[in-house]
Design a protein around this ligand. Structure first.
Ligand SMILES: Cc1ncc(COP(=O)(O)O)c(C=O)c1O
Length: 464
């Protein structure tokens, strides 16, 4: 082991393919996996990872792939980032768990202090820590209901909030997240999303028109006075990286403020520098009452939080929030390391630089490829929506085929979207520029290759 490179930022920052993807060791592990792991837990790219860091994932066959996924927007500071590893090592040698509800420890308090400092707004705030994004969202709903004494929750088309019973109900898409898993939690009302590319009267009208439509629908169908919270992702994640039409979020926040409704932002995917701001709500100057965070908060360890106005957070009865592992000390140490890394390495600026490199390249791609209907996103949360030539009809088959071609060439990209036709890009914010450019070259080539194939071949490849 000693002479081999470890993971983390010390790994050679190069794409290196030494076998087919997947290689023989990954294939053998996949066979083992099939006999032990439920097939319900799916895998997009069956290469087994041995090390990772900076902008690369290295598999058990020795292939080094460019990472445009960050483990779904988690390792924004890079895998095995120095400060995260150091914090975890220190903490794990001291104690691993006491349960904050039994005997507290400083790390939990320090993370909550950082959340107060970093989240939008200079009002008095409090936080509570949890394990996963879904758990944070559930708690945001519980807190909103307790504070308002109301039950209705407003969610949106294309929303994704998790896989627990309540968050499945909040999530829009049936397959694969909800199918056959009902009954779902009641008192959730779904409203249209301000989706500029698909807004009937054009993207320029989307924000104000959608806000007016939503507010009328809430008032008429739910009753404003029955609404506990409006829950929204400031940029939708799994639903297709939909950046709401300009003005939509501020209008909803204003409506909530005027009517005693909690405006709750799900920043699980968008938070912690991902979009070129600490939190995506900042792009439109919106200050949420509650904000749910997870993913990028702790550099790869499981941690989540709800942060919000002190009067809302403290309105819940003593003992009403918590959980055995919520705010685990090792995860808190990791979070403090991740936050220091974001600040010391100016990863907010890095996300902005990634946007300035990637967006023009993706727009060029759109000019050349009729299948690229829309290019969107902010910071290092960017996507292309794939459609059939000359229309806005979603083309999930081509999307899968392009993703597959990227994987074969050593670039990890993810897909998403209600219609399965969005390629999304979430590189670690520490990715070196040469890997970013090389990844974009691979994407260009993948589109060229797939576009040149007859349609039948695309299906065969996508299902391979
Ligand atoms: C916006 C958003 N909310 C909630 C979740 C659920 O987070 P977790 O998978 O940690 O439960 C996700 C996960 O992708 C997400 O993107």
């Amino acid at each position: 082991m000693g002479a081999e490179p470890t993971g983390g930022p010390a790994l050679p920052q190069e794409r290196r393919l030494v076998t087919a993807i997947p290689g023989s060791r990954s294939t053998a592990l996949s066979a083992r996996r099939a006999t032990a792991v439920s097939r319900a837990v799916s895998t997009m790219l069956p290469i087994f990872i041995e090390r990772a860091g900076g902008g690369v994932l290295v598999d058990v066959d020795g292939n080094s792939l460019i990472d445009f996924g960050s483990g779904i927007a988690v390792v924004s500071v890079g895998n095995a980032a120095d400060e995260v590893v150091a914090g975890v090592r220190d903490q794990v040698g001291q104690f691993t768990h006491t349960c904050f509800m039994v005997t507290p420890y400083e790390g939990y308090v320090a993370v909550c202090e950082e959340l107060t400092r970093l989240t939008p707004g200079d009002h008095e705030k409090r936080s509570a820590l949890f394990n996963s994004g879904a758990e944070a969202v559930e708690n945001a709903v519980k807190i909103s209901r307790s504070f308002t004494g109301r039950q209705a929750v407003i969610a949106f088309d294309h929303a994704y909030h998790g896989r627990t019973n309540l968050t499945m109900a909040l999530t829009a898409k049936n397959m694969p997240y909800k199918h056959r898993f009902g009954p779902f939690a009641p008192e959730i009302y779904r409203m249209p999303m301000a989706y500029p590319y698909r807004w009937p009267t054009g993207p320029e009208n989307c924000g104000p028109e959608a806000a007016a439509e939503v507010i009328t629908a809430i008032d008429k169908q739910v009753g404003t006075e029955n609404v506990a919270c409006v829950l929204i992702e400031p940029i939708q994640g799994e639903g297709g990286f939909v950046v709401p039409g300009e003005g939509f979020l501020p209008a909803l926040a204003e409506y909530c403020r005027e009517n005693g409704i909690v405006f709750a932002a799900d920043e699980v995917q968008t938070g912690f520098a991902r979009t070129g701001a600490w939190f995506a709500c900042e792009h439109e100057g919106v200050t949420p009452d509650l904000i749910a965070t997870a993913k990028g908060i702790a550099g790869g360890l499981p941690l989540a939080a709800v942060t919000g106005r002190a009067e809302i957070m403290d309105s819940v009865h003593v003992g009403g929030l918590g959980g055995t592992y919520g705010g685990n000390p090792v995860s808190c140490a990791a979070a403090l390391g991740a936050i220091r890394t974001i600040e010391d390495q100016d990863l907010v600026g890095a996300a902005q630089r990634i946007e300035s490199i990637m967006l023009p390249r993706l727009r060029e791609l759109q000019q050349r490829q009729a299948a690229v209907g829309d290019v969107r996103g902010r910071g290092a949360m960017l996507a292309v929506e794939v459609v059939t030539r000359g229309s806005k009809t979603p083309d999930p088959v081509m999307t899968q085929a392009v993703a597959h071609a990227c994987h074969q060439a050593g670039l990890v990209v993810l897909t998403c979207g209600t219609f399965g036709n969005v390629l999304r890009f979430l590189p670690p914010l520490v990715i070196p520029e040469h890997l970013l450019s090389e990844g974009l070259d691979i994407l260009d080539e993948a589109f060229d290759t797939v576009a040149a194939r007859p349609a039948g071949d695309q299906v065969a490849t996508a299902n391979a």
